[in-house]
Design a protein around this ligand. Sequence first.
Ligand code: SF4
Length: 576
Amino acid sequence: MKIIIAKTAGFCMGVRRAVEMVLDAPGKHRQPICTYGPLIHNPQVLELLEEKGISAIDRIPEQASGTALVRAHGVPPETKEQLRDAGFDVADATCPRVIKVQTIIAKHARRGHATIIVGDRDHPEVVGLLGYAGKNGYAVASLDDLSALPPFDQAIIVAQTTQNIHFFESVKNWAAANHPHYRVFDTICDSTAKRQAEVKKLAETVDAIVVVGGRNSGNTQRLAELAGDSGKPTFHIETEAELDLDALAGAETIGVTAGASTPHWIIRRVFRRLETIPIRHSPGWQRTMFNLQRGLLLTNIYVAAGAGCLSFACARLLEAPHFFPSTLVSVLYVLSMHLLHHLTGSREDRYNDPGRASFYTKYQYILALLAVVAGGAGLLTAYTMGPVPFLILLAMSVLGLSYNIRWLPKETGRYRRIRDIPGSKTILIALAWGVVTAVFPALTGNGQSVILAGVVILWATGMVFVRTAFFDLLDMQGDRIVGKETLPILFGEKKTRRLLKYVLLAIILLLGGSATMGWAPSLGYALCVCPVFMGMVVDADEKGKMLPGIRLEFLVETLFVLAGLIALAWALLSGI
Ligand code: SF4
């Protein structure tokens, strides 16, 4: 079974901007923070905001304090004044494209034009737009409504930004035929137009369509209508729990799209559930393979195996004779720390990967025991390697354990734990892996050159940096919700992707160049395959060719296993 996720699925620019503004508001604006009206039509996002103490008000109180955030739909100008008069600071998250429509209406209203808004009269965006039209504004939802309006000497026609493009075409034709002097502004947002065009195209190529988004969301409803018009079975759901897997089981290709107010993490959760359909109906061995992959990822055993393989590859590059203890330390340390991280970080997993969160809640004692045993065994192994590796690993274990502990009192502000330092997770994970997988083999090496040791450390650290930042990119919206400042949140998605490509290019040139210069063994050429493949994965994901499920996660971790396999094959072929 094939699953296609529409490229336009999920938050549009205006909604993303409003959600980011509200999440950043506690650090920037006077508290308490509230939104005037629900921020977006998505019950899950609203629940999250409530949990963070950001409530929605639908009535302006007589006296208030703190900040009221105007959502992406915008409000009439007098509403902003009333909010200020009540005592609120106003943070305006009106979408710039809605502001453009407001500006067109205000300009023409001043010149005496009547305003006809094609949209739902009760929709907050239309209510806001009517506020700019003054006394001569009309909302129409059908051609009958239009025909019922009196003729105007001068009038403009605009559309609610999420209006159905075909209906607006018929409005344009009506205006051309009946009132050619009316000025028509096509104000349908291109994000809406693209989303609607894509769902129609998608419907032609799939057997069933799943539309994800709030039932109250107008633009999601329109997507479901358009998908339904195609005659293909259409399922409008709010969350993955509503998926009718049996009804979808017969479909060979399923299309997934989502409204402009649907968070990325809900689309991912839907995808993860859909991806289990073929497994439920496939032969036993395929089901076993899928469950094995999932189990290895959930328990972090595969991640730890990848660390061991990377360590082995580094040891072979360094031509270190005693690779076994450092490889074992890498496996045990990475297993222990990743288990601890998920045991203490299940809050973000609740959004990014609820299956993982419930697995860690259900088996928390067994997994905690496994983490302690693995950590202890790692320290013991490091002890057999000598006092320096032991002390380094001890320091790193203490750092890892204290990562989630609040060291500073509440009064000191938001940076009380190591994890609160922006971008710390990506950098610390890369450094920790770099130390255990590359520095430890170098410590037990055969007196290799400092240049070679430096090249190997940079290569291993760079690979892990890209892996971790890539997963951060996939988890961006869930991380932002829980207030975690990962590198992509700090730098933005585009800059992070560019950074990952530069890092990959740098480590390819470094390792390949070192092999050419004779500083590293010729195995260096072969190991360039791993960053090249990683670059292909990052690129394919950017182009929307990668689906955000278990297979993608497994593929990325496999690149580290691949490094070990290449090193092993190289060792066997060269008879070492
Ligand atoms: S659909 Fe378009 S106009 Fe509406 S909030 Fe999104 S980007 Fe802005």
